[in-house]
Write a protein that binds this ligand. Structure first.
Ligand code: PXG
Length: 462
């Protein structure tokens, strides 16, 4: 795909001034933006962003893990245009639906596992996880077990930013600002590298995976199974730093959920729609979730839409017990967003993108990513499909990390950004999640720029 040129240059300072005066940014220290105004991203094509000064940045984050089919896909633009003219809005509350909402639910039933046959629509992953909580509680209520309310989640998980979804998440810094709602507890995350560094001695990866899974069983025993409703997890923790669990982890977790009869929720907001080289992380790890929140790659981020895929056994319970499910958003099943999601899924199917990722581009990306492991700063390289992470460490032979205050990840991220590469930092883990359409020559450019920025970082901290 050709690279875009800026459509309107010369206005950078104007937009920066407006932004500085009036825009409160998500997950940003407002003071930092006063010191250094934001870069204004004005247009994009393929895997490249163009800023308001005409610089082109290689976007190895697919926006925020969402622009899976890349920028500038005309099918999606046209689908939005056509639908907005025909019917810009109608709801699904009053025994009504719209063609896009109906068609998208059928298409999702087709691409997700066979037992997930119904979709509840939201506008985001956060709302999807709020919906999860309402559905979990409603399910146990109609099953005559309303005391089953506790949802077990994991430390360092990310499930969204609303109060319920941030409570489900395991981000301490978020919990510090406002606390969490009751009936949510957090257990060990399957982060072998962090544990290995913390212990300062060898740690068998698979044994650690089993222990991390066991922490769920231990928590259920501690609370009493009659109180526990569900376990929620991302198949691969994304925002937590691309934490790929040991092979032993998921089989053990599945057994534990089945043994205790609690619901399994697989949060596919970042893993879904091809990122692992399968349509869903659920296929990659052979899970059978009862609820599956989705968003992001559903529309390749072109319009905000998310949802929850609901298992037949939950639907049956809701249908058989009767009564309303008292939950819904104005924009649930928004016809324009749904039309774009349909166009996106059809484009993925037509271009066979998931197969291309699995068989071709992801193996290439993973191979080249591991070459960065030769760099003196890189203590571990991990990744699956189009997910990748590089752990920056002070002493790679002995698994010794940098002091947190040194902000080495942030230093590296800033070098990347200055050198027209978007690679994120989560602590000292440099993470990527490129558009699925990224080509081998673009991966080569990424590796070259990443190596340069690792060198710059090394010099800067010497
Ligand atoms: N679940 C998962 C697994 C996510 O990655 C959400 C839920 C919430 O989705 P919404 O659409 O409400 O944002 C997410 C979102 C980051 C970052 O810094 C990650 C997300 C969102 C914003 C920033 O990596 N993930």
């Amino acid at each position: 795909m050709s690279q875009a040129t800026a459509i309107d240059t010369g206005n950078t300072e104007k937009w920066q001034a407006q932004d500085g005066a009036h825009h409160l940014h998500p997950f940003t220290n407002p003071n930092d933006l006063l010191q250094k105004p934001p870069r204004i991203i004005e247009s994009a094509r393929g895997v490249y962003l163009t800023d308001s000064d005409g610089n082109q940045l290689l976007d190895m984050m697919a926006g925020l893990w969402c622009v899976n089919m890349g920028y500038g896909q005309q099918d999606l633009v046209e689908a939005a245009h056509k639908q907005i003219q025909q019917l810009p809005y109608y709801n699904a509350f009053f025994k009504t639906s719209t063609p896009p909402a109906a068609e998208l639910s059928a298409l999702l039933a087709e691409v997700t596992p066979a037992h997930l046959d119904h979709a509840f629509f939201t506008s985001s992953g956060s709302e999807a996880n709020d919906t999860v909580l309402r559905l979990v509680w409603r399910y146990w209520e109609v099953m005559g077990k309303p005391e089953k309310r506790v949802v077990i989640s994991r430390k360092n998980a990310y499930h969204g930013s609303t109060i319920a979804s941030s409570s489900l998440g395991g981000m301490e810094e978020m919990h510090k600002q406002g606390g969490i709602i009751p009936d949510i507890v957090h257990v060990e995350q399957p982060n072998w590298f962090a544990k290995r560094c913390e212990l300062g001695k060898d740690l068998d990866r698979e044994e650690f995976g089993r222990q991390a899974a066991q922490s769920i069983a231990d928590k259920i025993e501690e609370l009493g199974v009659d109180k526990v409703a569900a376990f929620i997890a991302e198949p691969i923790q994304g925002a937590g730093g691309v934490i790929v669990p040991p092979e032993s982890y998921w089989p053990e977790v599945k057994k534990i959920c089945e043994h205790y009869g609690i619901l399994l929720v697989a949060d596919e907001v970042s893993c879904g729609f091809g990122r692992t080289g399968e349509w869903f992380g659920t296929y990659y790890y052979d899970l059978k979730p009862d609820l599956m929140p989705i968003a992001k790659g559903l529309s390749s981020g072109y319009l905000p839409i998310g949802g929850v895929m609901v298992a037949d056994r939950i639907m049956d319970a809701l249908i058989n017990q009767g009564g309303e499910f008292n939950h819904g958003y104005t924009y649930s099943g928004h016809p324009v967003c749904a039309a774009v999601a349909i166009a996106n899924i059809k484009l993925m199917q037509r271009d066979n993108i998931v197969q291309t990722v699995r068989d071709s581009t992801a193996p290439y990306l993973q191979k080249r990513l591991r070459e960065l492991g030769e760099h003196p700063l890189v203590g571990e390289v991990r990744g699956v499909g189009m997910f990748g992470a590089l752990e920056l460490v002070r002493d790679k032979a002995n698994y010794i990390r940098f002091d947190k205050d040194q902000g080495v990840g942030t230093i590296c991220r800033d070098f990347c950004f200055e050198n027209n590469l978007v690679m994120r930092a989560v602590g000292d883990a440099m993470i990527i999640s490129p558009p699925l359409i990224v080509q081998p020559d673009e991966i080569d450019i990424f590796i070259e720029r990443a190596w340069q920025c690792l060198d710059l970082t090394q010099k800067a901290i010497a």
